[in-house]
Design a protein around this ligand. Structure first.
Ligand SMILES: Nc1ncnc2c1ncn2[C@@H]1O[C@H](COP(=O)(O)OP(=O)(O)OP(=O)(O)O)[C@@H](O)[C@H]1O
Length: 844
């Protein structure tokens, strides 16, 4: 029996982040919610994510089939930023019961419970689809697709005529699509959000068209796929979508061009001009399945267009179709996920990069997207660029667009203050984990390897690369990989020295061995070590440096500044003739092609008194364009007290804690750490909104890594705010020690989680979680001690701290009633003693 399920929305979800989750979340953000649906505990389908909402509206439709109406449906609610391991709550109901509930009122409400607490309500609707209806749907679709476009040729019955007719049908359909796509491509930059996809789709279809024009044999099904594409375009044209005057129509057009890109790519591969290798029986069977899927997606999109359904649900239906088909095939999903949990993950910092402002970077995005879609032996694109030129933002946009197309689009990004442990194995595992989502065969093969040899995850890199990545991707059953699948590694230069070399070597020496359908985008500053290794592989690595002096960059920065100033004007209700006409041009000139300059300048202007701030900025004589140091100096001096020596000494400590600490600290914690007057850090930070992300009571973080570069470099930064890393580290360490002593007198403390989370002592983790009540500063202090102290302080202090910590371990064990585990405590202390003390973010 088939059912149609609608996950409409959720009513105000009652959720607050736990302290342990804070570092994964953006300050003040609302949750990014999605729902996973399980049928009798088997994961069946997942909605898309509705970001930043307590009352998300998914309007997500899907079909379910179930053997029995007694099957249970479980709806689990997740927050994307917290990962898939723990849900926020769930609702459970049998199919029969839900059908009954939906009879009375179309949409019904289900309580989402977390333990005994009701977190909110989920609005869903379940209806039966009758067999007749399903058969009728299928028959309609079939008859529509089988309509011959050239009846006279089909009817002629001459041998070979079917091939010829199919070729004509295919070329006709392609001509039809191309003639509609061409004007979109020509309009170009006006439709910048659509343009990269339309352009790439147009190029692929043109190459397919040129190739099939002269081919004798064309598969009948390929002609049907092309016909469905042509019909979609003709409907879109009739519905006025091709002219795309409004934002929602542009979204429709984007969905259409993305799907066209998929279809064009598929036809090209099928006809033997793309990524696939030899066509064997397995490949053909999989291709047939994929062809049916694509044809169905085209048909769905078309019928949605004609019934004028909002485009949001269109793109959702595209996604759901693909996801549901994959998931349905993977009946062992739950078992597999157990094995996959053993893979290591890159510890990602809370703050992910932003995406490019719509309309900017169109040229380079088009170029990279096209490059990804063009088969070649070179499978790594290395995008280098100076600090603040916009690499991370570009990386985020590209990975997002490939993720949305279900082409992996995995983004791995490094930031200086990341905890240790992001080494080449973690990167490899992250990719292995990512590729399990591509194809069930790959997932099975990786899980089988992990099941058969659980210790593989501790084997040398080469063995793991071959067995966990290369073998699953090149095995007979997985040759059919319709690339490109894209992995983006951002800010490679921000890995600490000891891991950067090994990760760069992994990329340079191993990635080229992967099937050509796997493409990598690596971004970094032009670091000499990275450059040397990458340039030794010219056949597999294409290098491109972001040009900050180019006309395109200037135009993009112009657009960015204009758009942000418009926002400021609207926010402060300024007059229509603000900003003055020369202002934008002058800011663009001063930015000198550096996005970070423009972003910081606009942060400054958008704070208090934008008119005055803009005037100040325009009056300032910058010695050269893109002079970030002067801009940062201006940003600091928005607080007039910097002239005062005592103030500047205290303020430098606060900035030092923000720049150097691995874990972000709140204003209160910083005050305590340095024994400052309560509220000093908060008063300082409220002036620094253009360079530090912070709000009262929340952890403070530098908005960009270049701010730390500036403050810690004596030649760039004024003496009053220069941070001497070595001296500041000692101060921080001593501050931690002092605070630790003070706090210990009052609090039940917590053992540093990094030592205990892997503990073998039964029940200990649970006890620790229960005790997670005391002082975040204490936790920070101990972790800080463990991570940093020995680098900056003399041996005696280190030794006394180690002994001190040992005492504390004993104390904690007592608190946790596991005192007899002294042996374990001693081992932990050994771990502490043997820790390599080199994980400091800045070289000392
Ligand atoms: N296309 C864009 N649209 C909107 N904002 C952008 C764009 N490019 C960059 N920015 C802004 O400029 C700032 C700097 O960009 P980004 O962090 O991407 O530079 P980067 O080259 O990665 O710097 P670094 O080498 O220091 O890591 C970002 O904070 C971002 O907000």
């Amino acid at each position: 029996m088939s059912y149609s399920l609608l996950i409409q929305s959720a009513e105000k979800i009652d959720w607050k982040p736990l302290r342990r989750d804070l570092r994964k979340l953006k300050i003040g953000s609302k949750p990014d919610l999605y729902v996973k649906i399980y049928q009798n505990e088997h994961e069946t389908i997942t909605t898309h994510i509705e970001r930043d909402q307590f009352s998300p509206k998914w309007n997500f439709n899907c079909d379910l089939s179930a053997v029995s109406a007694l099957h249970t449906l479980t709806f689990r609610l997740y927050h994307d930023a917290l990962g898939p391991d723990e849900d926020l709550g769930h609702a459970e109901v049998s199919i029969a019961m839900l059908l009954d509930m939906c009879k009375a009122s179309e949409v019904t409400k289900l309580d989402i419970k977390h333990g005994s607490k009701i977190r909110g309500r989920l609005l869903v609707r379940l209806t039966k689809i009758s067999l007749d209806q399903a058969v009728q749907n299928a028959a309609d679709a079939l008859s529509e697709l089988s309509k011959p476009t050239r009846p006279e040729l089909i009817a002629s019955g001459v041998k070979g005529a079917v091939d010829t007719a199919d070729r004509i049908k295919l070329t006709d359909a392609l001509e039809g699509v191309l003639s509609i796509l061409e004007p979109i491509v020509k309009v170009g930059d006006e439709l910048t959000k659509i343009h990269p996809y339309a352009n790439a789709a147009w190029k692929i279809l043109t190459s397919v068209y040129n190739a099939v024009k002269n081919e004798r044999e064309v598969d009948e099904n390929i002609s049907k796929l092309a016909a469905a594409m042509a019909e979609l375009y003709s409907s879109a044209k009739n519905a006025g979508i091709i002219d795309a005057k409004t934002a929602s129509l542009q979204e429709s057009l984007r969905a259409i061009t993305m799907l066209t890109l998929e279809c064009g790519n598929f036809i090209r591969n099928y006809q033997g001009h793309g990524f696939w290798g030899r066509l064997n029986e397995t490949v053909l069977r999989d291709a047939g399945q994929q062809m049916d899927e694509l044809t169905a997606r085209l048909r769905d999109l078309r019928s949605s267009l004609t019934s004028k359904v909002a485009i949001q649900s269109l793109s959702i239906s595209i996604q759901s179709l693909r996801i549901s088909a994959e998931i349905q095939r993977d009946i062992q999903g739950l078992v597999h996920s157990e094995y996959l949990q053993t893979l290591r993950k890159i510890a990602a910092p809370g703050q992910s990069p932003n995406k490019c402002l719509s309309g900017t970077r169109g040229h380079i995005i088009t170029w990279i997207v096209e490059w990804f879609f063009t088969p070649s032996d070179t499978n790594i694109f290395w995008l280098s660029g100076v600090a603040g030129s916009g690499k991370s933002t570009l990386a985020m946009s590209i990975s997002e667009s490939f993720r949305a197309q279900q082409r992996l689009g995995r983004l791995i990004y490094f930031r200086r203050n990341l905890p240790a442990g992001n080494d080449s194995i973690a990167v490899l595992h992250e990719i292995v984990y990512g590729i399990t989502g591509i194809n069930v065969e790959i997932k099975r093969s990786i899980c089988a390897k992990l099941a058969q040899d659980p210790n593989i995850i501790n084997a040398p890199l080469e063995t793991q690369f071959e067995e966990l990545l290369l073998a699953p991707l090149t095995s007979a059953n997985t040759q059919f990989l319709c690339g490109p699948y894209v992995v983006v590694i951002d800010a490679l230069d921000e890995c600490p020295d000891e891991t950067r070399t090994s990760i760069t070597a992994l990329i340079a020496n191993y990635f080229h061995k992967l099937p050509s359908a796997f493409r990598f985008l690596i971004t970094s500053r032009p670091d000499p070590g990275i450059a040397e290794l990458f340039r030794s592989r010219p056949h597999s690595i294409l290098e491109h440096a972001l040009d900050i002096k180019s006309k395109e960059t200037e135009t993009d920065i112009h657009l960015y500044i204009r758009s942000r100033l418009q926002d400021v004007r609207a926010r402060y209700r300024l007059s229509d003739n603000w900003p003055p006409p020369q202002a934008i041009g002058r800011l663009v000139e001063d930015a000198g092609g550096l996005f970070i300059w423009a972003a910081t300048a606009l942060n400054l202007v958008s704070g208090f008194d934008p008119q005055g701030r803009l005037e100040n900025l325009l009056e300032h004589p910058f010695s050269s364009s893109g002079d970030l140091d002067q801009l940062y100096t201006i940003a600091l001096q928005t607080n007039p007290d910097w002239q005062d020596r005592t103030f500047s000494q205290m303020a430098t400590k606060v900035l030092g804690a923000i720049i150097l600490a691995k874990d972000s600290l709140t204003d209160d914690m910083i005050d305590k750490l340095f024994n400052l007057n309560t509220g000093f850090s908060a008063r300082l930070l409220q002036y620094l909104g253009s360079v530090v992300q912070w709000s009262k009571g929340q952890p403070a973080r530098p908005l960009h890594a270049t701010f730390g570069d500036f403050l810690t470099n004596q030649t760039r930064c004024p003496p009053s705010c220069f941070i001497d890393v070595q001296a500041m580290s000692t101060l921080l360490a001593l501050g931690c020690l002092r605070t630790l002593h003070k706090e210990l007198r009052f609090n039940i403390c917590q053992i540093p989680s990094s030592y205990l989370l892997n503990s073998e002592i039964p029940g200990l983790q649970k006890r620790i979680r229960e005790l997670e009540i005391s002082s975040p500063l204490l936790i920070y202090s101990v972790q800080f001690w463990a991570d940093h102290l020995s680098m900056a302080t003399p041996d005696e202090i280190l030794l006394s701290l180690q002994n001190f910590l040992f005492e504390r371990f004993l104390y904690w064990l007592e608190v946790l009633s596991v005192r007899n585990q002294v042996g374990w405590a001693q081992r932990s202390l050994e771990t502490v003693r043997n820790t390599t003390w080199v994980s400091f973010p800045y070289p000392l």
